[in-house]
Write a protein that binds this ligand. Structure first.
Ligand code: AMP
Ligand code: MG
Length: 299
């Protein structure tokens, strides 16, 4: 694990020179480029194989930096930023005029976040501007939660991997759309509905087809077959081949942290079917269920 400012300085130099650098965050590893650099952002899309219409999250050192990219900063947006940043919460706001289309997929809104990871916050301060970063994996596959995962997925395609150790939370940020009233959760994460409602009067839960472009029903997928069962239930389909069972019910936060590494491990070990007992649909259990149902879709 990297601890020295030397690594941060190297990452900053590469980014400011138009490079693409994998960065640690508390959620998953990101694949970063400076958000105003069209060519560098294009490389991020190309490396991932991500469609250009899927917008990126732009990361900042603090709420003041993020606020500059917004057309309008409502009292509710501000309350959420003050309470949860740095942290696993992404806010969708109307974008400022200068914000480029190549970051937002042509939308009039932009996704902003201040991640809670010491090395990346240091990096963001040195860079002094927004870093656009999706998860540092190939499009549709399992998100990386260690520097080794990034190297395994993207190899030499990335200019540098800033190793900040394993991610503390392990699932992508909660996304809240602040352009609608009341604000709406577009993707569940470690900041829960209950957390959000301690700060703003109400928030709408995600429902029906997502309004967030790029949130496909199949995503985060391992090669093995995933079989998901409710607590205490039996699988409705017969299990075949080599099978492993995981229990997400006992400690959902610990499970979330290890989840993507477990999906990768099952593939590395040549497991045919992975049976997972689902957590209750509340708190971070909602994020686990969301990611696993997408990981299991279309297989
Ligand atoms: P990822 O970088 O893979 O964690 O995904 C970021 C996700 O944020 C995208 O797939 C979108 O679903 C969502 N997102 C980013 N920008 C916007 C936006 N302006 N409006 C709605 N959703 C957005
Ligand atoms: Mg992703």
């Amino acid at each position: 694990m990297s601890t020295s400012g030397v690594d941060v300085d190297r990452a900053a130099r590469l980014l400011l020179g138009g490079g693409v650098v994998a960065i640690p965050t508390e959620t998953v590893y990101g694949l970063a480029a400076t958000a105003r650099d069209a060519i560098a952002v294009r490389r991020v899309y190309d490396l991932k194989g991500r469609p250009a219409s899927h917008p990126l999250i732009v990361h900042f050192a603090d709420a003041d930096g993020a606020g500059e990219w917004a057309q309008h900063w409502s009292p509710e947006t501000d309350a959420l930023a003050q309470r949860f940043w740095p942290g696993p919460l992404t806010l969708i706001v109307e974008r400022a005029d200068f914000v480029p289309d190549f970051v937002t997929g042509g939308l009039s809104s932009v996704a902003l976040r201040v991640p809670d990871h010491a090395l990346t916050l240091q990096l963001l301060r040195v860079v002094g501007d927004g870093l656009a970063a999706p998860s540092a994996n190939k499009f549709g596959l399992v998100s990386p939660t260690t520097a080794q995962h990034v190297r395994a997925d993207l190899g030499n395609g990335v200019d540098y991997v800033l190793d900040g150790g394993p991610c503390r939370i392990g699932v992508e940020s909660t996304i809240v759309d602040c352009t609608v009233d009341p604000p709406q959760i577009l993707r569940p994460g470690a900041v829960t509905v209950e957390d959000i409602e301690t700060v703003i009067r109400s928030v709408a839960a995600s429902s029906g087809p997502s309004r967030a472009p790029g949130m496909l029903s199949s995503h985060y997928a391992p090669k093995c077959r995933l079989v998901l069962v409710e607590s205490g239930a039996r699988p409705t389909e017969p299990m075949s081949g080599s099978t492993r069972t995981l229990d997400a019910r006992v400690n959902p936060s610990t499970f979330a942290r290890e989840m993507y590494a477990e999906l990768r491990r099952a593939d590395d070990d040549g497991i045919d079917s992975l049976l997972i007992e689902l957590p209750e649909p509340r708190g971070i259990g909602l994020a686990i269920r969301d990611r696993l149902s997408k990981a299991a879709a279309g297989r």
